[in-house]
Ligand binder design. Structure first.
Ligand code: ZN
Ligand code: ZN
Length: 299
């Protein structure tokens, strides 16, 4: 998937408003976040990663090892984008003024205490500390930080993602960065299952009857459910590891051109809640649901 230009995500937002009932309310907020990132990167362009050993990468892929390419990120850029997003969320929802102020303050502290370059792990630790200190609700933290990280990753890794041998890859995690997927799609051409990395955007084909998290292939322990009879989104789950991911049936989108699954994901968070209520946890580790929303039904 290429770096998103605004036309692509705006088209997808419109399509998702049509496809998913109740999504319209969230659209102005998402729009504000996406366009603030566009503005930010226009002024602070990110260079693609220059050094990459394609031969070594192919060997790793052949030997079933993810390349696990995790570029370091400039702390200044991370905080710069975080502040831009923080300003955008207040404009979209003035009630978040206090949240944004605190987010900016914690961002400055992070910058002060970090070295010039930070890793994905450090950014995720920042997210988790913001949740722990109740600066951000879990769902908002997941949205802002997965968007932030994937914006940097996609710009740095996009050119590599397009050339790696994903056709040699049978694993459940991302062949390029090693992250576990949160969603995928049934392709418009033939309904084959294609997973997509939420972080770097790499796409790869995956056996339909197989759990990407524990490699379980026992069809009796694999299943999916839909919500309100809509066949657009399926929650694929595994009884063996009790984890889930979402699969969008792109045969039903009537889309030509690029499909931005990240937006379909945002449009279907009610499915994540349903999965949690059924006792499944996200294999990706991305928590889109606040604890208080999960019904405490104990079987
Ligand atoms: Zn990836
Ligand atoms: Zn499993």
């Amino acid at each position: 998937m290429s770096k998103l230009d605004s036309g692509v995500w705006e088209t997808e937002l419109k399509r998702c408003e049509r496809l998913y009932k109740g999504f319209s309310d969230a659209v102005p907020f998402i729009k504000a976040v996406y366009s603030s990132a566009d503005d930010y990167f226009r002024e602070n362009p990110i260079q693609p990663l220059a050094v990459f050993d394609a031969e070594k990468a192919e060997q790793q892929t052949r030997s079933k090892e993810s390349i696990c390419l995790n570029p370091s990120l400039e702390a200044k850029e991370v905080v710069g984008l975080l502040k831009a997003l923080s300003n955008a969320i207040v404009k979209a929802n003035p009630k978040l003024k206090g949240t944004a102020k605190e987010l900016n303050r914690k961002g400055d502290l992070f910058l002060e205490n970090s070295s010039q370059e930070v890793s994905k792990t450090e950014v995720i630790e920042l997210r988790d500390s913001l949740i722990k200190e109740a600066t951000l609700e879990k769902d908002l933290a997941t949205f802002l930080f997965s968007f932030l990280l994937s914006s940097f990753y996609r710009q740095q890794l996009n050119s590599i993602s397009e050339v790696i041998r994903t056709d040699l890859w049978e694993g459940g995690n991302c062949p390029l960065c090693g992250e576990k997927p949160h969603y995928g799609m049934l392709t418009p051409e033939d309904g084959a299952k294609q997973l997509q990395c939420w972080l770097c955007g790499t796409e790869w084909m995956h056996t339909r009857i197989k759990c990407p998290f524990c490699d379980n292939e026992d069809h009796e322990k694999l299943g999916y459910f839909t919500v309100e009879d809509s066949e657009l989104c399926r929650v694929n789950h595994c009884q063996s590891c009790c984890q889930y991911y979402k699969v969008f049936d792109a045969r039903k989108f009537h889309a030509d051109g690029e499909i931005v699954l990240a937006i379909h994901n945002l449009a279907t968070l009610v499915y994540d809640l349903a999965a949690r209520n059924e006792g499944f946890t996200p294999g990706s580790g991305l928590e889109w649901v606040n604890e208080q929303e999960v019904s405490d039904k104990q079987d």
